[in-house]
Design a protein around this ligand. Structure first.
Ligand code: NDP
Length: 383
């Protein structure tokens, strides 16, 4: 039996992960499950999976969690320090699925333990970049990509020398607005933005998918995970979300990974790595799908990928700033404070207003993140 902790257990990736565990009865023992404030669902999951500990990051929810877990034998804890402590408990795999930079410190704590971290929380890697990758190397940790595109690339690179890579192509569904005009985009509502055509995901990543910031963050994520050079990283819109990404080699061979639009496939690949496991996912039926299409992204309507590429080229703290500004802008959009098309404009304004020195440690990254958020909020108030 292997052991597993899920950081962000009450979210969309958390639910997919625990569903796989449910289908592999007896294969996993759950160490820690965490949430932000959803104490009721967390308690239900902790009891169902007989977790060792359940943690709510929002300490004001601890009494509710304690009450719900009374007499069950599951330990209850709350607050940022408890979250870090849970992340450092020994587990064969720690699934990092908290949304946003809020997941950075616990993810880094799991990496510092030197274990295997299956990473869904892309914002953590985008924010901490070199600091995180250096920590992985220093502690001999294993970082396995869960994001479907990066998991696809990881699979396509197996058994090959990265020196022979000519290009890596990240595919993008294009989101719910890929065919919308600029005027339509200006009037797009949060409800429309979170209705993704192919994937069932949390609200933040759904908006990122609609703006294409998701692909921008993924470009930076790929730059760290697969250091073949930014110029070799491409983005291609593929509305069916069946080809999850591809790697082209110097001899002209292109390897792609295909699968249903179901996060349980890349999660299973990371959980079982380097072996394979069964999943309850529908098999891929290409005859039923019929057509796979591809087109270039439109960076005029969706400037996010250009901004991300520029931030990646600039390096240092600029990806941290991009991520923080995007998190604030997405929250403001979901709150009805700014229109959809202002998200990228706000991020660009913060990138133009703040160029911090390169962060050298986790605390530097968190300081840049906090400053960029403050600048983004100020811009929101004054604009
Ligand atoms: P959700 O919003 O569905 O879930 C987020 C999880 O993080 C919840 O458990 C939530 O707890 C917890 N959380 C939120 N804020 C905090 C905080 N401040 N401190 C501690 N925990 C917190 O997100 P997703 O599952 O969609 O995404 C998770 C990550 O995975 C993101 O980085 C996303 O980009 C990435 N990802 C997601 C995919 C998907 O299909 N959903 C695909 C590929 C990557 P609570 O429920 O209490 O709020």
């Amino acid at each position: 039996m292997r052991t597993l902790s899920v950081l962000g257990a009450t979210g969309s990736v958390g639910a997919s992960t625990l569903d796989l565990v449910r289908h592999q009865a007896g294969a996993w023992r759950i160490v820690a499950l965490t949430a932000h404030s959803n104490a009721a669902d967390l308690a239900r999951l902790a009891v169902e999976f007989s977790a060792e500990i359940a943690v709510v990051a929002d300490e004001s929810r601890l009494s509710t969690l304690r009450e719900a877990l009374a007499g069950t034998g599951v330990e209850a804890a709350g607050g940022p320090a408890a979250l870090i402590e849970a992340a450092t408990r020994p587990a064969d795999v720690t699934l990092a699925a908290i949304v946003g930079c809020a997941g950075l410190a616990p993810t880094m704590a799991a990496i510092e333990r030197g274990g295997t971290v299956a990473l869904a929380n892309k914002e953590a890697l985008v924010s901490a970049g070199e600091v995180m990758m250096a920590t992985v190397a220093r502690h001999h940790a294993t970082l396995l990509p869960v994001d479907s595109e990066h998991n696809a690339i990881f699979q396509c690179l197996q058994g090959n020398d990265p020196a022979h890579v000519r290009s890596i192509t990240l595919t993008a569904s294009g989101g719910p607005f890929r065919d919308w005009s600029w005027d339509q985009l200006c009037a797009a509502t949060p409800a429309q933005a979170i209705r993704h055509p192919n994937w069932d995901m949390g609200a933040k990543i759904s908006v990122d998918s609609a703006t294409m910031f998701n692909k921008g963050l993924e470009l930076i994520e790929a730059h760290h995970l697969f250091p073949v050079g930014l110029d070799k990283l491409r983005i291609l819109v593929h509305p069916q979300s069946i080809v999850h990404s591809m790697v082209e080699y110097r001899d002209g061979s292109t390897l792609a990974q295909l699968g249903p639009s179901d996060m349980r496939v890349p999660i299973a690949s990371a959980l079982a790595w380097p072996a394979r496991m069964d999943t309850p996912c529908e098999p891929l039926d290409l005859a039923a799908i019929g057509e796979l299409t591809f087109r270039k992204p439109d960076e005029l309507r969706f400037p996010a990928t250009r901004l991300a590429r520029e931030a990646a080229h600039a390096g240092g703290g600029m990806p941290t700033v991009l991520n923080a500004a995007n998190e604030i802008a997405v929250a403001a959009f979901l709150d009805g404070q700014i229109p959809f098309t202002r998200i990228a404009a706000r991020v660009e304004s913060v990138l133009n207003a703040y160029a911090p020195p390169p962060p050298a440690s986790l605390s530097d990254v968190l300081a840049v993140d906090a400053e960029a958020r403050a600048k983004a909020r100020l811009l929101m108030e004054t604009a």
